[in-house]
Design a protein around this ligand. Structure first.
Ligand code: ZN
Length: 210
């Protein structure tokens, strides 16, 4: 794991944005979370990823959407992180550091690096490259069913173990499930045993204590 962190830091370009001065603490913290997702798996250190851009806090991104009468409405959106398929991950350092005491709280680094894994096969659809082709059918069946269940729970406003943001798209579902698998594994295993098994097979780890 320590070697992985060193290699990751040596291979990737870390850049401070918005006035953030890059430090070893920031590099090591991000690299450690990124490498948790690689532990025990055959991997090549997120081969498409070149740069990690870090802002001191959330940052705003200009957005456009279609309004009434096909009018383009320009706006701003605050973000704590994003993952680009063109080789970058963007993160807010304050969101990495100051996570609320709740262990199930959003882990933006695990989330964005799960998106990087999802993007390795060129499409962002909630299905990363699986080690065996025979795994895809079960993956699609179980994650598809669980995604639909989360959407229904979100619509009905029922309490869920998984963050309801995962109900917005299959890619977000995989990122949210990854966060929960590492941050809140016991609850995930108890409430969603089949989903937990799929993640366990993919990540080759069993983070839930017995
Ligand atoms: Zn996301």
């Amino acid at each position: 794991m320590q070697d992985n962190i060193k290699i990751f830091i040596a291979e990737k370009n870390f850049e401070g944005c918005g006035g953030l001065a890059m430090t070893d603490e920031i590099r090591v913290t991000i690299a450690a979370y990124a490498c948790i997702l690689l532990l025990n798996r055959r991997h090549d250190f997120y081969p498409r990823l070149q740069s990690i851009l870090v802002y001191p806090d959330s940052y705003s991104v200009p957005t456009t959407r279609l309004g009434p009468g096909q009018m383009l409405i320009e706006g701003q959106e605050e973000r704590a992180g994003e993952s680009w398929h063109t080789g970058a991950v963007v993160l807010s350092w304050s969101h990495i550091q100051h996570r609320p005491g709740d262990p199930a709280a959003h882990n933006v680094v695990l989330h964005e690096f799960a998106h990087q894994l999802d993007q390795e096969d060129g499409s962002v659809n909630g299905a990363p490259l699986l080690p065996k082709s025979s795994m895809y059918a079960t993956w699609a069946r179980i994650l598809g069913r669980e995604y639909e269940a989360l959407r229904m729970d979100a619509d009905a406003d029922r309490p869920t173990v998984l963050n309801k943001y995962g109900a917005t798209a299959p890619a977000e579902f995989f990122a949210v499930v990854t966060e929960c698998f590492f941050e809140n594994p016991r609850q995930l295993r108890d409430r969603h045993p089949e989903l937990y098994e799929e993640l366990k097979r993919y990540y080759r780890q069993d983070p839930a204590p017995d």
